[in-house]
Ligand binder design. Structure first.
Ligand SMILES: *[C@@H]1O[C@H](CO)[C@@H](O)[C@H](O)[C@H]1NC(C)=O
Ligand SMILES: *[C@@H]1O[C@H](CO)[C@@H](O)[C@H](O)[C@H]1NC(C)=O
Ligand SMILES: *[C@@H]1O[C@H](CO)[C@@H](O)[C@H](O)[C@H]1NC(C)=O
Ligand SMILES: *[C@@H]1O[C@H](CO)[C@@H](O)[C@H](O)[C@H]1NC(C)=O
Ligand SMILES: *[C@@H]1O[C@H](CO)[C@@H](O)[C@H](O)[C@H]1NC(C)=O
Ligand SMILES: *[C@@H]1O[C@H](CO)[C@@H](O)[C@H](O)[C@H]1NC(C)=O
Ligand SMILES: *[C@@H]1O[C@H](CO)[C@@H](O)[C@H](O)[C@H]1NC(C)=O
Ligand SMILES: *[C@@H]1O[C@H](CO)[C@@H](O)[C@H](O)[C@H]1NC(C)=O
Ligand SMILES: *[C@@H]1O[C@H](CO)[C@@H](O)[C@H](O)[C@H]1NC(C)=O
Ligand SMILES: *[C@@H]1O[C@H](CO)[C@@H](O)[C@H](O)[C@H]1NC(C)=O
Length: 593
């Protein structure tokens, strides 16, 4: 194999000498080779690719360059132990490459494969493309955890970061040196403000292109194949950042990310592919990058990618209604693992599709890989329907080149909107509507919420509730019940639904109704279901998230007699707390069963 590839490369070199142009692989020695075309080239070493030349400039310079790495799932649920403290740099698990080989060749491209124990990383290099399509084929990745490819680039050529929601200079390394480290990759400046890479996060499925750039160069990721990411609509990831130990400009490609969720544990089939995505190099022009992204999205799934499993796709559609006949307007619709007890955010072994229903509850997916899926749907709140939980239908089969119509699907939620006593917020798995909910990613936003809070049904507005509760104190919902209602419901059970947009361990709460304890929200405790993963830690709240972390939902039944005529009081009493850790609220609602 090695000999064969060397011969190939020598032949290629000879051919290139004759033509002196075009995409090439040049093997230097047992550990180093150069790949590229007339516009750029990079030297791939045992783990890192460096010396990225474009326009006669080395765009890696003293930075680490390009590499691929993984981190295992942390097994601990300890609030302060996370992936980054277990693997500070991912360094123990940077993939090591051998056997560079041109595995395919066309009139204007070569596909160069580098082999690691875990799998093969490919660069598809075209004659006139500045950049390359890249993809990875799994062979033996362990159960993960985090898996990513990335560029760590020269910080003078790439001073700025760009995502769909943030575009500015990366914080200078000099700021880190004069600030105090307060937690995982987070520093506090003398003026009290914070520096953290997590401010550079976003909802990854909403990104069209992102990267690092400066006045002369831009390096971008354009990845239309979002079905290959783990998680659902609310999958968040870190996109770009300044590396705090070296100052490198970092551009991340989180293929299987874990920065904003509890610890997923996924195994991957041999042959599973991620990509092709496009790593695109230009002169720093964002409009050009956006135009290129539009072309890539229009061309996805890539017809030129020679992989039968990748190309085997079908379509599926349906109409989702509630059992009262009303449409599940704007419901989030997810195609994920068949018959799985994981939450949709935690799924990650296979391929995942996300969309939203329209006003009439109609939805459709195109270009879904053939297979059997579990379909889930949930409300997105607001002026649309508001129901906790999710609709589930397993055994949804998608057949290649076929269109599957699921027809009319009826969701019969246990919770009835018409029997609602009150609801604070809307069931959208997000903090939207509450004070500071959905603010830009900023570390420490939970400090803006009060320790104690009274919300009075009928008088208070949604924004009087705050997005996160992290301090000792009591947050109460006061609600009035008429004498007639209390008599009519004398024998009724009420269902309290507590829906959390996220939860970071270190803060616990006890729930009281009229001073009687009805339950708790404590790591490892509380009323749990499989998909909630108990109350395990998700790092969202202490990693700058203000919209969501990992959604969980809890139900507490209040036996008849719990509520009384006149004023009633529901309380979340926190008596054990850790700053920046605790509850991110989605909605709290009470309804008669
Ligand atoms: C292989 O080539 C690289 C790049 O020229 C060089 O840094 C490295 O020392 C070489 N390794 C050996 C074993 O010659
Ligand atoms: C890589 O690019 C640099 C700068 O343009 C050039 O000097 C060098 O010869 C190229 N390397 C190869 C192997 O073509
Ligand atoms: C790659 O090689 C380095 C140096 O030998 C080693 O420390 C590292 O663990 C290897 N990576 C993997 C994923 O085995
Ligand atoms: C760029 O990286 C160098 C180290 O290579 C560091 O000294 C410098 O402060 C960094 N620049 C910025 C703006 O962070
Ligand atoms: C999907 O899950 C159901 C329930 O466990 C199972 O009966 C069925 O075989 C699964 N379908 C496929 C194709 O795996
Ligand atoms: C909330 O209401 C309770 C009961 O009336 C009162 O004791 C408490 O001080 C109020 N808290 C705040 C923050 O207003
Ligand atoms: C509640 O149950 C009691 C005892 O069974 C019964 O007498 C009463 O009529 C019931 N009240 C209502 C409103 O159903
Ligand atoms: C919390 O609730 C769970 C289940 O309802 C219970 O097993 C556990 O003991 C409670 N924990 C505390 C600290 O009250
Ligand atoms: C989820 O399902 C798997 C396989 O069906 C089972 O092994 C696992 O224990 C379940 N997890 C929980 C939390 O129940
Ligand atoms: C929260 O209250 C508990 C119990 O009273 C106390 O031990 C703890 O120190 C308080 N935490 C903070 C941050 O004030």
């Amino acid at each position: 194999m090695w000999l064969q590839s060397t011969v190939w490369a020598l032949l290629a070199t000879a051919a290139e000498l004759a033509h002196a142009r075009g995409p090439f692989l040049q093997i230097l020695n047992a550990t180093h080779s150069v790949i590229g075309n007339d516009h750029w080239n990079v030297t791939q070493g045992f783990a890192y690719a460096t010396k990225l030349y474009h326009k006669n400039q080395d765009l890696v310079g003293n930075a680490v360059g390009h590499y691929v790495s993984y981190s295992l799932s942390p097994t601990s649920n300890h609030p302060v132990i996370d992936i980054l403290t277990v693997f500070p740099d991912g360094a123990a698990s940077d993939l090591n490459w051998t056997s560079p080989t041109i595995v395919r060749r066309g009139h204007d491209f070569i596909d160069v494969s580098f082999t690691a124990i875990e799998g093969d990383f490919h660069w598809i290099i075209r004659r006139d493309l500045v950049g390359a399509y890249q993809y990875f084929v799994n062979r033996a990745l362990p159960t993960l955890g985090e898996f990513r490819s990335l560029w760590r680039l020269d910080n003078t050529s790439f001073p700025n970061g760009h995502t769909s929601i943030k575009d500015e200079a990366l914080p200078p390394l000099s700021d880190y040196g004069i600030s105090t480290k307060i937690q995982d990759e987070t520093w506090q400046r003398a003026d009290g403000s914070y520096i953290t890479k997590y401010d550079w996060s976003s909802f990854i499925r909403e990104e069209k292109f992102y990267g690092v750039y400066g006045p002369d160069f831009g390096s971008w990721y354009i990845y239309p194949g979002k079905d290959e990411y783990n998680g659902d609509h609310l999958k968040q990831e870190l996109m770009v950042h300044r590396e705090s130990s070296t100052g490198d400009a970092v551009q991340l490609n989180m293929l299987h990310g874990t920065h904003f969720q509890s610890s997923p544990s996924d195994t991957f089939a041999v042959g599973k592919t991620w990509g092709p995505w496009l790593w695109y190099l230009n002169d720093g022009n964002k409009r050009d990058a956006a135009a290129r992204a539009a072309r890539e999205y229009a061309a996805w799934p890539y017809k030129w990618f020679d992989d039968a499993v990748y190309q085997s796709r079908g379509a599926v559609s349906g109409v989702l209604k509630l059992d009262d006949g009303s449409p599940a307007s704007n419901a989030a619709i997810f195609l994920g693992d068949n018959n799985s007890n994981k939450s949709s955010l935690e799924m990650g072994s296979k391929n995942y599709y996300t969309t939203y229903a329209d006003e009439r509850g109609r939805f459709s997916f195109r270009d879904v890989r053939a297979g059997t899926y579990g379909l889930r749907a949930w409300s997105t709140g607001g002026r649309h329907f508001n129901v906790p939980g999710f609709y589930l239908q397993n055994d949804v089969s998608v057949v290649s080149s076929r269109y599957t119509d699921l027809g009319r699907i009826v969701w019969k939620p246990r919770y009835k909107e018409r029997s609602e006593i009150f609801r604070v917020g809307s069931f959208d798995r997000k903090t939207i509507g509450f004070a500071h909910g959905g603010a830009p990613y900023t570390h420490g936003s939970s400090d803006l919420c009060p320790d104690n809070l009274n919300y009075t049904v009928g008088r208070s507005r949604t924004e009087d509730w705050c997005f996160a509760q992290t301090a000792n104190g009591s947050w109460a919902v006061n609600f009035e019940m008429s004498w007639r209602e209390s008599v009519r419901r004398a024998n009724s059970t009420a269902l309290l639904t507590v829906s959390l947009a996220g939860y970071s361990t270190g803060t616990s709460s006890t729930i009281f109704v009229n001073d009687a304890k009805v339950g708790n929200l404590t790591s490892g405790g509380g009323s749990t279901t499989d998909y909630n993963k108990g109350l395990q830690n998700d790092p969202g709240l202490y990693r700058s998230a203000t919209t969501a972390g990992q959604w969980r939902q809890f139900e507490f039944e209040l036996p008849s007699g719990s509520l009384k005529a006149g004023w009633n009081r529901l309380e979340f009493r926190v008596e054990r707390s850790t700053r920046w850790r605790g509850f991110m609220w989605d909605a709290v609602a009470l309804a008669w069963l």
